[in-house]
Unconditional design. Structure first.
Ligand code: ATP
Ligand code: PLP
Ligand code: MG
Ligand code: NA
Ligand code: MG
Length: 299
C-alpha cells in the first residue's frame, strides 16, 4: 500500500483525552498518511478541566527539532498541519518552518487552522492576529477558521451566508486556494461554508453544509475537523465539497458515539469534561469509511 502522504503536524499533546495531535494523528494515520507529530505543548489534559499541568515548547526548541530532521534528510513532507499556537515567537518560527519545508518540497501543502478564539472571545493573545493576518494567511494552502477567526482575519462582520462567502473571497485574495469556515452560527444552525479557487483568477466554487447543533460543548472537534479536511482533500483535490461532506459526516458520527457513551456513564445534567472527550478509538470505522450523511449545497 503506497502512502497517501507525509504530514508534519505541529499541535498540542494532552496525556489524557483527545485534542490537538491526539485528535489529529490517529485519523490521519487511518486515512493512510505517515504522520510526524511535533507536540507544541505537553499538558496533562485540555484547558477545560479544573487543573492543567505541563510544559510549552518554545520557538527555539521547535527549530532544534527541525534542524535534527534536516540533518538526517527527513524534511520530505507533502503536508504541514498547524493548530493552536500560543505565542508570537512560536508562530514566527512556524513561518520559518514553512519556508524550510518548501525548499525541500516546493509543492508542500500548508493546512492552517488559525486558532484564536470562538463566540466573540479570544483564547490566545490578540497580538497573534496581525501575524496570522499579514504573514501566515499568505503562505497557507488551506485555511480553516471558525466564524470568529474569519472575522478577525478579514476585519469583516459576518452575520449572513453572503458575508461569509465574501470573507472567503477576501481570504483567497490573500493566499489560500481552499477556505473552510468550520462553524458559523447563523439562525441557530451550525453551518460549514467552503470555498475553492480551482485556478488562479477564476471565481471560487462555494458550498455550505448544515448540521444540527448538539447541546454540548466539545473540545478537540476543531482539530479533528481540520485533520479530516486535510485527509479527504488529498484524496479529492478538486472536490472540496466532497472532502467536506466526508469530514463532516465522520465528525458527526464521532460526536454521536461520544454522546451515546456519555448517557451510559451517568445522568448528571452538566457533563464533566471527561464525559465529553471524543470517543475517537471507538469511531475508527466512521473515520475510515464515513457514510456521507450531510450533503453539500452548492452556492
Ligand atoms: P477552531 O476553533 O479549531 O478554529 P471551530 O470553532 O470551527 O474551529 P468547533 O466549534 O469544534 O471548531 O467545530 C468544528 C466542527 O465540529 C463543526 O464543523 C461541527 O461539524 C462539529 N461540531 C462541534 N461542536 C458541535 C456541536 N455542538 N454540534 C454539532 N456539531 C459540532
Ligand atoms: N489544545 C489544547 C491544549 C486545548 O486545551 C484545547 C481546548 O481546550 C484545544 C487544543 C482545542 O480544541 P478545539 O479543537 O476544540 O478547538
Ligand atoms: Mg467553535
Ligand atoms: Na476551525
Ligand atoms: Mg478550536
Amino acid at each position: 500500500l503506497s502512502s497517501a502522504g507525509r504530514v508534519l503536524s505541529i499541535q498540542s499533546h494532552t496525556v489524557h483525552g483527545y485534542v490537538g495531535n491526539k485528535a489529529a494523528v490517529l485519523p490521519l494515520q487511518l486515512l493512510g498518511f505517515d504522520v510526524d507529530p511535533v507536540n507544541s505543548v505537553q499538558f496533562s489534559n485540555h484547558t477545560g478541566y479544573a487543573t492543567v499541568k505541563g510544559d510549552v515548547l518554545d520557538g527555539e526548541q521547535l527549530w532544534a527539532l527541525i534542524e535534527g530532521l534536516q540533518a538526517n534528510d527527513l524534511l520530505h513532507y507533502t503536508h504541514l498541519l498547524t493548530g493552536y499556537i500560543g505565542s508570537v515567537s512560536f508562530l514566527e518560527t512556524i513561518l520559518r518552518v514553512v519556508e524550510k519545508l518548501r525548499t525541500v518540497n516546493p509543492n508542500l501543502i500548508y493546512v492552517c487552522d488559525p486558532v484564536m478564539g470562538d463566540d466573540g472571545e479570544f483564547y490566545v493573545n490578540p497580538e497573534l492576529v496581525p501575524v496570522y493576518r499579514e504573514k501566515v494567511v499568505s503562505v497557507a494552502t488551506m485555511l480553516t477558521p471558525n466564524h470568529f477567526e474569519a472575522e478577525q482575519l478579514t476585519g469583516r462582520r459576518i452575520e449572513t451566508e453572503a458575508e461569509a462567502l465574501a470573507a472567503c473571497i477576501d481570504l483567497h485574495a490573500a493566499g489560500p486556494s481552499k477556505v473552510v469556515i468550520t462553524s458559523l452560527s447563523i439562525d441557530n444552525m451550525l453551518t460549514i461554508v467552503g470555498s475553492h479557487v480551482q485556478s488562479r483568477g477564476k471565481s471560487p466554487e462555494q458550498f455550505k453544509i448544515a448540521v444540527p447543533k448538539l447541546h454540548s460543548y466539545f473540545t478537540g472537534t476543531g482539530d479533528l475537523m481540520t485533520a479530516l479536511l486535510l485527509g479527504w482533500s488529498h484524496k479529492f483535490p478538486d472536490d472540496l465539497d466532497k472532502a467536506a461532506e466526508l469530514a463532516v459526516s465522520s465528525l458527526q458520527a464521532v460526536l454521536n458515539n461520544t454522546i451515546a457513551n456519555r448517557s451510559k456513564t451517568g445522568a448528571s445534567p452538566e457533563p464533566k469534561p471527561e464525559q465529553l472527550e471524543l470517543r475517537l478509538v471507538q469511531s475508527v470505522d466512521d473515520i475510515r469509511s464515513p457514510a456521507a450523511r450531510f450533503p453539500a449545497v452548492k452556492l
